[in-house]
Design a protein around this ligand. Structure first.
Ligand code: C2E
Ligand code: CA
Ligand code: CA
Length: 511
């Protein structure tokens, strides 16, 4: 045993206190005695050694973990700032860089500029060629934008087919040049497996001012982009305050239109379609008009595109369909027309894409008991050619109901003859631009004859629209054309005038 006053006891105690206080490197001295107390001291030192190793290992592991965490954090930050598909910046990153640019000092005349860009034909590419092709288009567009701007410019994809570019410091003119360079870069076709596509874009430009919020600049660029879109493809528009007013007016107009569709603010006018040989009115085309409370009659070319954009076209289409077929029913009931008389109804590409529309046609036919052959649906060539498989399916569905189907504005689109042959249609309505020179341009009759031959070779018949003079009507008749429509035969009129119009015509369709 060791003595109570052995100095090693207090050394041991001090040593343990040092270790306990965290100094794991401290050791207690072993005496030459090598007695029991020394054994305890050596044991304590061994424990300390172990503890120190464990502690150091732990320390190292913590370090590795911290590093990993740090990297993960950076990655997450990058992900939160990056568009996963294109690797471009995303909306948050764009807003951040815009904010930084707005806070920074700039050389005189230069400001932060944002270009907001939307692809013009992306939806139809995506719909008709599938998402993989769509993704490829977006990636390529991203690369081309990157190639057209400086490394210091921030290129972002904001979602869908919307891209944005922040030029941290530029004059608005310089930025517009960059914008046009991007449009030019998108002009060459994008190669996809088995096919190449062209995808134009519309750009809105907003030049920032000190103290402006990034979100505000984005809104301005959006308004400007909208103006570009309205002007057609491949445009760039700069923001101006007047555009804000236009946007407000447009929103008001959309609200008014919504109300008009619900509350019978629309009316249909009817224009005669005439059998050229006899002058008999074989049918009418229903043309929608909007009787606006303060603007008076608004013509369809003004509000149909608005209805399309605002998502109101299906409602409008259903209203036209029901009104026109019910109108036909009441003319039949009044013995004004016979069972050969037809009503032509314009339908939009959106209607064509909706299977609900087929159901609506079926319901209206059942409701009214009108023979399906007396209803002819007019579809533009562009709507059909642009369409996908589903469209052809709905076209077949409509055809199955027995209604007539006619291609409207024929000659303005790009359908091939083989395509025409495959479509379930009966007739084409030749666009009025094809006969506008008839009577003045001596070569025009040859063109008309050629078109007629082409149409008939496809097993179809043609209706000629836009006939404005007796001479035009005479030439068409001479060429063997069967039916025509135009101001010469009668302008579109409200339904009340149809009885008079039918009575005035020779051999009109009275039963
Ligand atoms: P569209 O189907 O090609 O209709 C013919 C347009 O030409 C009508 O204009 C008609 O008034 C006009 N027109 C008729 N004869 C002549 C003529 O001899 N000379 C000239 N210069 N023009 C003539 P409107 O009524 O303004 O309709 C314009 C377009 O709006 C229509 O073109 C059609 O695409 C669309 N539309 C009209 N009603 C409807 C509808 O109910 N639904 C849909 N989706 N579109 C409609
Ligand atoms: Ca038409
Ligand atoms: Ca037409």
């Amino acid at each position: 045993m060791f003595a109570d006053n052995d100095p090693r006891l207090s050394q041991l105690l001090e040593g343990i206190v040092r270790l306990a206080s965290g100094d794991l490197s401290s050791r207690i001295e072993v005496s030459p005695a090598r007695d029991e107390l020394d054994a305890i001291i050596m044991g304590t030192n061994l424990l300390a050694e172990d503890l120190q190793i464990i502690y150091e290992e732990l320390e190292q592991r913590v370090q590795v973990r911290t590093q990993l965490l740090h990297e993960a954090h950076l990655e997450m930050q990058k992900m939160a700032m990056q568009d996963p598909l294109t690797g471009l910046a995303n909306r948050s990153a764009l807003i951040e860089s815009l904010r930084a640019a707005l806070d920074a000092e700039h050389p005189p005349g230069e400001v932060p500029v944002i270009l907001l860009m939307d692809l013009d034909a992306f939806k139809s590419i995506n719909d008709s060629m599938g998402h993989t092709a769509g993704d490829q288009v977006l990636i390529t567009v991203g690369e081309r934008i990157r190639g057209a701007v400086r490394a210091s410019d921030v290129v972002a994809r904001l979602g869908g087919d919307e891209f944005a570019i922040v030029l941290p410091s530029a004059t608005p003119d310089q930025a517009a040049i960059v914008g046009h360079r991007i449009l030019a870069a998108l002009d060459s076709p994008i190669e996809l497996p088995g096919r190449s596509v062209r995808c134009g874009a519309s750009i809105g430009l907003s030049a920032g001012s000190a103290g402006q919020a990034p979100e505000d600049m984005l809104m301005e660029a959006d308004v400007a982009m909208y103006a570009s879109k309205a002007e057609g493809q491949n445009r760039l528009h700069r923001f101006e305050p007047a555009l804000l007013l236009m946007r407000r007016l447009r929103r008001q107009l959309v609200d008014d239109l919504r109300t008009a569709i619900k509350n019978d603010g629309l009316t249909l006018h009817y224009q005669p379609v005439v059998e050229l040989a006899t002058g008999r009115v074989e049918g009418v085309e229903a043309l929608v008009r909007w009787n606006h409370p303060t603007r008076g009659f608004v013509m369809p070319d003004e509000f149909i595109p608005l209805a399309e954009e605002a998502g109101l076209i299906s409602e409008l289409g259903l209203w036209v369909l029901r009104t026109a077929v019910h109108q036909l029913r009441s003319w039949i009931d009044a013995s004004l027309v016979d069972t050969m008389f037809s009503v032509r109804i314009n339908i939009s590409a959106t209607d064509l894409q909706s299977l609900q529309f087929i159901e609506d046609v079926r319901t209206v036919l059942k409701e009214t008991g009108v023979r399906p052959e007396q209803v002819v649906l007019e579809l533009t060539e562009v709507a059909i050619v642009k369409g996908n498989e589903l469209d052809r399916y709905s076209l077949g569905g409509l055809r199955g109901l027995g209604v007539g189907i006619e291609i409207d504005d024929f000659g303005t689109g790009y359908s091939s003859i083989s395509y025409l042959r495959r479509l379930p249609v009966d007739r084409v309505k030749v666009d009025r631009s094809l006969i506008s020179g008839l009577g003045s341009d001596p070569s025009q009759p040859e063109l008309v004859a050629a078109v007629l031959q082409l149409v008939r070779a496809c097993g179809l018949e043609a209706v000629w629209e836009g006939v404005e003079t007796a001479e035009q009507a005479e030439i068409l008749r001479g060429l063997g054309c069967l039916s025509a429509q135009g101001y010469y035969f009668g302008r579109p009129v409200p339904p009340e005038q149809i009885p008079v119009l039918l009575a005035d015509r020779p051999e009109s369709a009275n039963p």
